[in-house]
Write a protein that binds this ligand. Structure first.
Ligand code: FAD
Length: 377
């Protein structure tokens, strides 16, 4: 019997992960990436235990670990640098920070090693859910499985799923990538809070990854390079750090959300940000993408028909992504919208979430991964 064949639109974290997993399961797989290279913005990315376990299963965690940093604890600090809380990152909270480009490079190498064909400059413009991917040059490619892994503005999703939508939230985030570890000699991440803003600092291999976020109602906060007078007034204890951060390469984004009423249509599966784009507050966008890709390969292995497998997959795993989207938005709102007179409650709220499993397991449901579903490897 000839191998089943998949055509995947999108060579990001979701598309490359799924491609490797399908190829290792005996599929023939082609990935279409519209850009001329597999490329990510220069920044770091936090990966939690749910995706680390899967990267380990596929033999790529060792390669990545050498390029990133395992974070053993995280601290919450105030605007003057004063320590409020320390949490240990073990068990389901195990966390690494990787350079984004290293992550996609390692995923692309793993895909090619598994026999995946990665086609660059290849843009998908449509699909027939009966099993056809349509490219910008007019080519129609037949496959047993079509995958929309084309990011949060997914063109394939919007063409096929009625009611699907994506929008920007009111929070803006800058990602700064700093050569060297002067700000992060220890294997520890720190979140500094001030009013409606946060500054997150983490070691990331030979670099330091920093994010600065703020609501779009503070126009001076969005100036690039950072307005040191404005940020220095918000974080008086971080003058040295802010000067280093302002000099580093920076990219700016809006937080986003995706509402995708169904993840499947016929032989089409929607995966990654195209299915569950969410604010990055819990560090789970890529984690969910990798986890859902693993679950999809298991569903395809266990169910006879493609349509049945896709339906089963969504039914089994979707609740984790839905809950994570909700909690990521709540976390964002907690930074941005909490009235000034209630902000003193933040450390207490964090303490409660970290120390009461019933709360933590709800907010960080994704950390426990596929063990919560019938699609556990
Ligand atoms: P994308 O990364 O968007 O990849 C889609 C790919 O498809 C792109 O390469 C694009 O060029 C290609 N493409 C698009 N359209 C087409 C087309 N028509 N045809 C062919 N190719 C196409 N997640 C975490 O887990 N941890 C974090 O710490 C974290 N931090 C984040 C910080 C910020 C500021 C942001 C914005 C996100 C963060 N995320 C984080 C989320 C994470 O980056 C995403 O969830 C993840 O990158 C989604 O991967 P994806 O492959 O679904 O989409």
């Amino acid at each position: 019997m000839s191998a089943r064949h998949a055509e995947i639109a999108g060579g990001g974290i979701a598309g490359l992960s799924l491609a490797t997993m399908l190829a290792r399961a005996g599929w023939s797989v082609r990935v279409h990436e519209r850009s001329p290279a597999i490329r990510e913005a220069g920044a770091g990315i936090y990966m939690r235990n749910n995706s680390l376990e899967i990267l380990d299963e596929y033999g790529v965690l060792d390669r990545l670990a050498a390029l990133g940093t395992q974070i053993h604890q995280t601290q919450m600090r105030g605007a003057h640098g004063e320590l409020r809380q320390t949490f240990h990152l073990t068990g389901p909270a195990r966390t690494f920070v990787f350079p984004r480009q290293a992550l996609v490079d390692v995923l692309a190498d793993a895909a090619r090693d598994a026999g995946v064909e990665i086609t660059l400059d290849s843009e998908a413009v449509g699909t027939d859910p009966g099993g056809v991917l349509i490219l910008a040059n007019g080519t129609r490619l037949r496959a047993d499985l079509i995958v929309a892994a084309d990011g949060f503005r997914s063109r394939l999703r919007d063409a096929v799923i009625p009611g699907a939508r994506q929008w920007e939230l009111k929070t803006i985030v800058n990602r700064h990538f700093i050569a060297g570890r002067d700000l992060t000699p220890d294997e520890m991440s720190i979140q500094y809070w001030s009013g409606q803003r946060r500054v997150g600092v983490a070691p990331c291999g030979s670099h330091t990854y920093v994010y600065t976020n703020f609501p779009n109602t503070l126009p001076r906060a969005g100036t690039l390079p950072l307005d040191l007078a404005d940020w220095g007034a918000a974080f008086p204890g971080l003058q040295r750090e802010l000067a280093v951060i302002a000099a580093a390469p920076t990219t700016q984004y809006n937080y986003i959300m995706v509402d995708c009423p169904r993840w499947t249509a016929g032989r089409l599966a929607i995966i990654g940000d195209a299915a569950h784009g969410l604010p990055p507050t819990l560090g789970q966008g890529a984690g969910l993408s990798i986890m859902n890709a693993r679950a999809l390969t298991l569903a395809l292995d266990r169910r006879g028909s493609i349509e049945d497998a896709l339906h089963y997959w969504e039914q089994q795993v979707r609740f984790i992504s839905d809950a994570t989207q909700k909690w990521s938005c709540r976390y964002d709102s907690f930074t941005r919208d909490l009235p000034e007179m209630l902000r003193f409650l933040r450390p207490a709220a964090f303490w409660c979430f970290r120390h009461f499993p019933a709360l933590n397991n709800r907010m960080r449901i994704a950390d426990r991964g596929l063990a919560l579903t019938a699609l556990h490897p």
